[in-house]
Design a protein around this ligand. Structure first.
Ligand code: NAX
Length: 326
């Protein structure tokens, strides 16, 4: 029998968790059995027990076991994949510095625990916001884990961009390849369709409407999270869970020939993004490793957008450095 893939999920009793756990257990990563290791803070453990009861009640054939707890050094023990979803949301009157410190405390501790107890092949995907900077904090606090094992989620933004482009052109999302999200998972992100293709044709040429790209496509994708909060009264959860699964599956199993995905990963200086920042890039994956797609021509328009988002990442890095978190 196949050894189960040991998957940690933090913030497992939260909104995203409520969607994510059931997707993972029903085979979103493939047909290998999985063991779920669920981390929550003490006050949420009772609610998490209820979620585990529901997981049990699904009788998922691939679910080999579930363990829950509030101690990351126990929950992360031997994990092959850690999905860091739980984070401190911005409360009323909270300044950016307060938000970064609150999350810094979470992601320094989790980085250290992963460093100590995770499996040698661990991959760490950060969904909790501010995702790029939380990933940077975890990575920096886990010096024995190779830096390329950390990534922050921009796949939801990527999927949103696919969906908007499909709606505009009448194409199916299945026909769209090579979409890219650059930069930070924030309102400054740059969804880039200039290299995207629709059934093999350049997407920007198919759209042929620069005003739509600038005034509709980019802001709609970048501000979609806020639009969902407005409509639903709660932040995106099912779509975030779905994207978290897509990102993990492709990281572990590889991207299709001729296509790529967006992942926020540590920069090696590609495309002028300062080395060491965790920024979203077009990446291909193979055998559990990613590589940044090279050689794309960046127009002046794209350059300005990428630089603006990367500048925000550099600011966040400076702020967490000043706070002593990295
Ligand atoms: P919820 O507030 O519903 O759930 C978060 C859970 O994390 C809570 O149950 C809380 O108890 C738990 N938690 C807090 N501190 C923890 C710790 N130290 N260890 C373990 N668990 C801890 O939020 P939810 O809607 O599930 O969103 C989770 C995170 O995803 C948020 O930071 C949110 O901003 C972020 N998002 C990221 C997205 C992305 O594309 N990267 C999109 C969706 C979402 O906004």
């Amino acid at each position: 029998s196949t050894t189960p893939l040991k998957v940690a999920v933090t913030g497992a009793a939260g909104q995203i968790g409520y969607s994510l756990l059931f997707r993972l257990a029903s085979g979103a990563l493939g047909d290998r059995p999985i063991q779920l290791q669920l981390l929550e803070i003490e006050p949420a453990l009772k609610a998490l027990e209820g979620v585990v009861m529901e997981l049990d009640d699904c009788a998922f054939p691939l679910l080999a076991g579930v363990e829950i707890g509030a101690d990351p050094t126990k929950i992360f023990d031997g994990v092959n994949l850690a999905l860091l979803v739980g984070a401190r949301p911005r409360g009323p009157g909270m300044e950016r510095g307060d938000l970064l410190s609150a999350n810094g405390a979470i992601f320094t501790a989790q980085g250290k625990a992963l460093n100590e107890v995770a499996a040698d092949d661990v991959r760490v995907g950060v969904t909790g916001n501010p995702a790029n900077t939380n990933a940077l904090i975890a990575m920096t606090n886990a010096p024995d884990i190779p830096q390329n094992r950390f990534s922050a989620l921009t796949r939801l933004d990527h999927n949103r961009a696919l969906s908007q482009l499909a709606a505009k052109t009448g194409a199916s999302v299945n026909d769209i390849t090579r979409m890219t999200i650059w930069g930070n998972h924030s309102a400054t992100q740059y969804p880039d369709l200039f290299h995207a293709e629709i059934a093999g044709r350049n997407a920007a040429e198919v759209v042929n409407d620069q005003a739509w790209v600038e005034d509709y496509f980019i802001p709609t994708v970048a501000k979609r999270g806020a639009a969902i909060i407005d409509a639903r009264g709660a932040s995106s959860a099912a779509s975030a869970a779905s994207a978290t699964c897509n990102a993990a599956r492709d990281w572990l199993n590889g991207t299709p020939e001729g296509d790529w995905v967006s992942m926020a990963v540590v920069s090696d200086g590609s495309y002028g993004v300062p080395e060491g920042l965790i920024s979203s890039f077009p990446v291909t994956t193979k055998d559990g490793d990613w590589s940044i797609v090279q050689g794309l021509e960046i127009s002046e328009f794209s350059r300005g957008r990428i630089d603006a988002s990367v500048a925000e990442l550099a600011d966040e890095k400076a702020a967490v450095t000043e706070l002593g978190l990295i």
